[in-house]
Design a protein. Structure first.
Length: 202
């Protein structure tokens, strides 16, 4: 069914958009909640007239969004997280964490307009989106880093030391075994120059 949105709906559309949705979603949620109206011929005609009358206002809204986008120029975020010894994040990083980092950096934006295209599971560099208007979006680069990097480095060093000690112990045991075998062989060999036993007289 076709509906006309009366407000922005995440992952669906923006206010005044005409969109297609499943009947149940439209009739049981969006329309009863006042978030949309059914796109009947008469509603579409009125909608078009409203857009014509609001054209100047809508242009200003877009211009304001373009101006607001300038505040994000040069913005780059760092998001510290707990990382396991295997290099994966405990949990994941998504739009909520990017939104929190933006707030911490002094950018007071609505959580609903921040998005990340993937669920991030490992440290690295990524990009988030701040959509200020349906035609104005800003890319926000951010890096996910391990806040427990020193702890992980210490664990790796301890594991390497443990492995080195294990290898040294194996090498020492092997050397002792070889030395013991050589000693046994020397004990069994006849002494060089020792006189042979004379034959018994008849």
């Amino acid at each position: 069914m076709k509906i006309i949105l009366k407000e922005d709906i995440v992952n669906l559309g923006f206010k005044n958009d005409v969109v297609e949705v499943k009947n149940g979603y439209g009739r049981n949620y969006l329309i009863p909640q006042g978030k949309a109206v059914l796109a009947t011929p008469s509603a579409l005609k009125m909608h078009a007239e409203n857009l014509r009358q609001q054209a100047h206002k809508l242009a200003k809204v877009k211009a304001d969004a373009e101006e607001a986008a300038k505040a994000f120029e040069g913005v780059s975020l760092t998001i510290p997280v707990k990382v396991s010894p295997t290099g994966t994040i405990y949990g994941s990083v998504g739009a909520a964490q990017v939104h929190e980092a933006l707030l911490a950096a002094g950018h007071n934006v609505d959580r609903k307009i921040v998005s990340v295209h993937e669920s991030i599971k490992t440290p690295g560099k990524y990009t988030g989106i701040v959509r200020l208007h349906k035609e104005v979006a800003v890319e926000i680069p951010f890096e996910v880093i391990a806040e427990n990097a020193e702890e992980l480095a210490a664990e790796r060093a301890a594991r390497k030391a443990e492995e080195a000690a294990h290898q040294a112990a194996l090498a020492a045991a092997k050397a002792a075994e070889e030395a013991a075998e050589e000693g046994a062989e020397d004990a069994e060999a006849p002494v060089e120059g020792e006189a042979e036993e004379a034959p018994a007289a008849e």
